[in-house]
Design a protein around this ligand. Structure first.
Ligand code: NDP
Length: 394
């Protein structure tokens, strides 16, 4: 029986992973090693009981008594804290879902790779902050990373084990997010609620706002560069409002392989869960006659400054991804809290990258985990200062 762990079990990706695992037979089909959560203790305990997990871990030590109480009478162990989450990744499992949101997902993913686990990677921040380290860790421990982001799963499937040298370009599709049809001058005043109204995908709160600002797509461009090892100028972004083509690979002979399907993350989660096989999945089937038309348009970089900034990050590489991601996370916190406007997020990130360029050697070729953590820490402080300054001047 295959063993699995799910990091970030209570989130949007975690819930959909749980759904697929339960549909496949739950504890009859998989031995669950570890499930982890942030603050949603009741749901974590419920899932851990249903899957008869070895251990359930929450992020905050203050929640440990509540977790223990919720698991009373079961065989599930309870633990709490960032260290305990990372330790849970030391419990060997064949397949590990990395679905914690943000930079907090990096260390558990690295630890799972060191045990040779197959890492289903939803946490794109891991590749953005520490791509070379993550890929080198996988290679040196014979571990495999399978992409879960729908675009990267699509590229992985379109490549179908072809030689990466035959790839001319990778075309990432983007829905454009909730505000894609707003007039440019209205964007500065967009509220959190408006940015959360995603037209096609139901996702966690943070990634939904990142979709509207295209910071999510910017992360995905960097993720593509790190995961598939292509050059930045081989990566294109195209707006595709229907979100039915999840991404495309263009080959040297001019052929383009496109991956299509309903916008449902259970496809790419299920693909990673069942790889190298394909299993029946509970996703809607496309009726192409009903779809009738697919549309595409070039993204306007003045509307989506994040797409310009990710090019700067890839030019420097090294630690600039860690600075970019941390600054983006802080800018998003400030937007969510009402301290800065929607278009100010890019200003916070750009200002932070400029500040750190003078302070750190961001181009370090193979940064260590300590380098990444240090950069992440400095970038958060600087981004917080920048966001407060921008917020005061609004
Ligand atoms: P959610 O916000 O829905 O869930 C995040 C998960 O991480 C929850 O289990 C949450 O716990 C947990 N968590 C939050 N903070 C911490 C922390 N500091 N330490 C430990 N655990 C924490 O996010 P999503 O599921 O939407 O996204 C997860 C990852 O997958 C992200 O990297 C995202 O970019 C990526 N992704 C998501 C997609 C989607 O459709 N949702 C699509 C493609 C990629 P709790 O809820 O209990 O507080």
């Amino acid at each position: 029986m295959r063993s699995i762990s799910v990091f970030g079990a209570t989130g949007s990706i975690g819930e959909q992973t749980f759904d697929l695992v339960m549909r496949a037979g739950g504890p009859q089909a998989y031995r669950t090693v570890a499930l982890t959560a942030g603050r949603n203790i009741a749901r974590l305990a419920e899932m851990a009981r249903a899957l008869r997990a070895e251990i359930a871990v929450c992020a905050d030590e203050a929640d440990l008594p509540a977790l223990r109480a919720a698991l009373a009478g079961s065989t599930v162990e309870a633990a709490a804290g960032a260290g305990a989450i990372a330790d849970a990744a030391d419990r060997p499992a064949n397949w590990v879902m990395s679905a914690i949101v943000g930079a907090a997902g990096l260390v558990p993913g690295l630890r799972a790779l060191r045990h040779g686990s197959t890492l289903a990677l939803a946490n794109k921040e891991s590749l953005v902050t520490a791509g070379p380290l993550l890929m080198a860790t996988a290679a040196s421990h014979g571990a495999r990373i399978l992409p879960v982001d729908s675009e990267h799963s699509a590229i992985f499937q379109a490549l179908n084990a072809e030689d990466i040298a035959s790839v001319e370009r990778i075309i990432l599709t983007a829905s454009g997010g909730a505000l894609r049809d707003w007039p440019m001058e209205a964007l500065a005043a967009a509220t959190v609620k408006e940015a959360l109204a995603h037209p096609n995908w139901a996702m966690g709160q943070r990634i939904t706002i990142d979709s509207a600002s295209m910071f999510n797509k910017a992360l995905e461009v960097i993720e593509t560069r790190e995961f598939f090892g292509v050059e930045p100028d081989q990566i294109e972004v195209i707006l595709h409002p229907e979100s039915l083509i999840h991404s495309m690979v263009g080959f040297r002979d001019g052929a383009i392989m496109a991956h299509m399907g309903a916008p449902d993350m259970r496809h790419s989660i299920g693909y990673a869960l069942n790889w190298p096989l394909r299993a029946e999945l509970p996703v809607a089937r496309l009726d192409l006659a009903q779809v009738a038309t697919l549309t595409f348009r070039a993204p306007d970089l003045s509307r989506y400054p994040a797409l310009r900034l990710c090019r700067d990050v890839m030019a420097v590489r090294g630690l600039s991804g860690a600075a970019f991601n941390a600054a983006k996370e802080i800018a998003l916190d400030h937007f969510l809290a009402g301290g800065i406007g929607f278009m100010d997020m890019a200003g916070v990130v750009e200002g932070t990258l400029d500040d750190l360029c003078g302070q750190l050697s961001l181009g370090n070729a193979l940064p260590t985990l300590e380098d990444v953590v240090h950069t992440d820490h400095l970038a958060r402080i600087r981004a917080d200062e920048n966001a407060h300054r921008i917020g005061r001047n609004r």
